[in-house]
Design a protein around this ligand. Structure first.
Ligand SMILES: C[S@@+](CC[C@H](N)C(=O)[O-])C[C@H]1O[C@@H](n2cnc3c(N)ncnc32)[C@H](O)[C@@H]1O
Length: 359
């Protein structure tokens, strides 16, 4: 990374630093072989995701996928950022032959190996793609993939907007210990909403050109289908609220959260919340319809979580209940549903508690 910074003239924008820290082949956080996903730090994991916490998550996402199959007349799933393959396993087990092909797209080679091992029993029903075909049909699913896409950092100081980037701060005599440091450059970039703060107040935030470009690419390639994205985030009025004046960028390491991505590089996850308004606008601008936006709790309850909970024994029930509890994943996480090339419908997971007006 120090070499890349030197080659770039001594400074790289933060999104490039984040890309290398997470995805540099063999070295980046998602490209190395550390465990990452799991419930307890003792097992070397850093965070838990919904499909890792409870299989009920995938069983209920399958309800939405089936509803989307029926309304789009398609039968293929495309999963982006499949992690350990947990959601794929849950979806494939629940959908059975209703899913004719399940394609995984993941930028991480080491995770692909874990997915292949875990999903071997599904044989040819599952395949992996390195890039997207010119045209695709089916239902796209992505859980916690948008938050893992590199973001740009913008800092307003004394009323002047700057882009935050990274420089080499110091190198030890033996060249072994390299410390990175923040450095800002003037920029024409702006967040979509100007913060309602006095000009002298310092304000740090993110913008998400890669996440929005990802959605635009999906819109470009999908001829007929739907997209379901679940992640933590807000609409833009909440995202760019003055109270959030330090931004949302955080790191996860051994189930601890911190705000310094410049240390333990490659060993910590780096993530930012999703601006769902930006995702919805990017989708619409690229020709998709936004069918629904709601909290994960509402989404899962609409898909039948209540009846599922009644069937579970106590430990499984308490894990599944975390998916909807307000102080766990229920409110913090949102689901957004997009479609392309089909007549709009009210998707199963969004019939109650829709929050499109909050986008
Ligand atoms: C936080 S993990 C979520 C994993 C899984 N979906 C889950 O819920 O457990 C993020 C995943 O997204 C993948 N990823 C990040 N950017 C991606 C992109 N542009 N295309 C496909 N996968 C991506 C990472 O390699 C990783 O598998």
């Amino acid at each position: 990374m120090a070499e890349a910074i030197a080659q770039a003239g001594g400074w790289i924008p933060f999104d490039e630093f984040m890309r290398m820290a997470l995805y540099e082949p063999g070295l980046g956080y998602y490209a190395n072989s550390r465990s990452k996903f799991g419930v307890m730090p003792e097992h070397g994991s850093d965070f838990v995701t919904a499909p890792e916490l409870s299989p009920v998550f995938g069983e209920l996402v399958a309800v939405q996928v089936q509803d989307a199959f029926a309304h789009t007349g398609t039968s293929e799933v495309w999963e982006f950022g499949a992690g350990t393959g947990a959601l794929a396993e849950q979806l494939l087990s629940t959908l059975g032959t209703a899913c004719t092909r399940y394609t995984i797209v993941d930028v991480s080679g080491s995770l692909r190996l874990r997915q292949q091992e875990r999903l071997a029993r599904f044989g040819d029903q599952v395949q992996w793609a390195d890039s997207l075909p010119a045209q695709m049909q089916g239902v796209v699913v992505g859980n916690e993939v948008l938050d893992a896409m590199p973001v740009k950092l913008l800092l307003r100081q004394q009323g002047v907007w700057q882009e935050r980037g990274v420089v080499v701060g110091s190198v030890s005599e033996d060249g072994e210990d390299i410390r990175f440091a923040w450095a800002e450059r003037p920029t024409q970039l702006r967040p979509p909403v100007e913060p309602e703060l006095p000009p002298e107040a310092e304000y740090l935030t993110e913008i998400h050109p890669q996440g929005e470009a990802f959605v635009a690419t999906l819109a470009d390639r999908i001829t007929c289908g739907a997209v379901l994205l679940i992640d933590y985030g807000f609409g833009e009025s909440e995202y760019y609220h003055p109270q959030r004046h330090m931004g949302t960028l955080v790191c996860h390491h051994l189930h601890q959260v911190d705000s310094d991505p410049l240390v333990l590089v490659g060993l910590k996850d780096i993530t930012a919340h999703v601006n769902f308004t930006g995702i919805a606008v990017a989708a619409q601008d690229a020709g998709m319809d936004v069918l629904g936006y709601t909290s994960q709790a509402h989404f899962l309850i609409n898909c039948g979580l209540g009846a599922k909970l009644d069937q579970l024994e106590v430990i499984a029930r308490s894990k599944a209940a975390k998916l909807m509890m307000e102080h766990e994943m229920g409110e913090f996480f949102k689901a957004i549903m997009l479609s392309k090339g089909v007549a709009s419908w009210e998707p199963a997971g969004f019939v109650q508690g829709d929050r499109m007006h909050r986008l």
